[in-house]
Design a protein around this ligand. Structure first.
Ligand code: SF4
Length: 373
């Protein structure tokens, strides 16, 4: 197989890992570039935009994760790229200005550190042989040693280790080979500790991903873990990837309990992204997120609107007096509009919402929650 043939297979298999792309709507983080499926337009964890070469190094895997089509024993065409091959093809695309960064993940080739060595080797070739200074996102393989993780931190711009599901009990339903505490939580804590030490490691972005609906986890459990990942581990981003029925081991809960309407799993993913935004950018706490009696988010209504509907005593908000946090509780007002309001208020009294660029349906919505006196 030549490199392009391998890339076709390996980039296709990397599509379930969204931990490098921003997800605010159903499709935004799944779209791909036109030329090759391995070229991905993405929003980076720091908000910047890029096109990444996104691929696995290998789709051979010795693990048995029940949600993953690449688990050992499944009938898929396996192949592995050599570190030099990835570096060369990346540099070729870079010279043609087709890509601006690399996202590299892999199945587990034998054992975690053997895989990490190969992943890190690609980054080292790019950094030291080709003098490439741009964006490199490396996957930390579950069970990686501290030395291998430190190695990644010395060359990467961003790293990710997917938590997959909230808690050992849920995780054990998905994999018999991976040890939740030792293979996932331990390295995540180590990554967090490395950044605390400062130096280059402090600047390396850390992200993770939940696979939503594979286990029988609730949204409330995901939200609790997400809160810990942001507040205790100080990770930069949490991503969500909806488990799509039919991909995994028929024995996992996701195969049995996935909803009848496939679209609703994407809506669940979307609602979790909305909660993520509310907690990261709107000052919402876990206690502000309204869940149903089963511990899940509403599929029908967005979580901010739901909070507003349940707190009529909070409104109307006074546009000319309210602080930023209060403004952000108004449905239709986001962080940018709140900043615009605060800036405009320093200069004059706001008499019309239209002057702030709020129009159409959004204007009608905001009007129901504010006063301009
Ligand atoms: S470690 Fe698990 S999720 Fe990753 S490729 Fe292997 S089977 Fe799939």
């Amino acid at each position: 197989m030549d490199t392009i043939e391998k890339l076709k297979i390996l980039s296709e298999d990397s599509r379930y890992d969204l931990a490098c792309a921003c997800g605010t709507s159903k499709d935004e983080h799944r779209k791909r570039g036109l030329e090759g499926k391995w070229l991905y337009p993405v929003t980076l964890p720091n908000g910047g935009y890029s096109i990444l070469l996104k691929t696995l190094l290998s789709n051979a895997c010795s693990n048995d994760c029940g949600y993953c089509p690449l688990r050992s024993g499944t009938d898929v065409r396996r192949c592995t790229l050599q570190p030099e091959e990835v570096a060369n093809i990346f540099m070729e695309y870079l010279r043609r200005k087709k890509v601006f960064g690399l996202f590299l993940s892999s199945g587990v080739i034998g054992n975690p550190d053997n895989t990490m060595d190969r992943i890190n080797a690609v980054a080292r070739i790019l950094r030291y042989k080709h003098n490439y200074r741009g964006y490199i996102h490396l996957k930390i393989i579950p069970g990686a040693s501290e030395a291998a993780i430190e190695d990644s931190f010395s060359v990467a711009s961003a790293v990710s280790l997917n938590i997959e599901t909230p808690g050992k009990e849920r995780f054990d339903l998905l994999s018999s080979k991976k040890d939740y505490m030792n293979d996932i939580i331990r390295p995540m804590k180590f990554m967090s500790g490395l950044r605390e030490q400062g130096g280059r490691a402090e600047k390396v972005k850390c992200t993770t991903q939940f696979i939503v609906g594979a286990s029988d986890e609730t949204d409330s459990e995901i939200i609790e873990y997400m809160s810990g990942i942001y507040n205790k581990l100080k990770f930069n981003r949490v991503y969500f990837s909806a488990y799509q029925k039919g991909l995994g081991n028929p024995a996992i809960p996701g195969e049995k309990i996935s909803p009848q309407i496939p679209e609703s799993i994407f809506m669940r993913e979307h609602r979790l992204y909305q909660v993520d935004f509310l907690m990261r950018r709107y000052g919402f706490k876990t206690g502000d997120i309204i869940l149903n009696s089963s511990g899940n988010l509403s599929i029908d209504k967005d979580p901010k609107q739901l909070w507003a509907d349940n707190h009529p005593e909070f409104y109307p908000v006074r546009i000319n007096k309210a602080d930023r946090e209060t403004l952000l509780r108004v449905p239709g007002i986001g962080p940018e509009t709140a900043s615009r309001i605060l800036k405009a208020r320093r200069e004059h009294r706001i008499t019309r919402l239209e002057y702030l660029g709020i129009r159409g349906k959004r204007l009608e919505k905001v009007k129901g929650y504010v006063i301009l006196e």
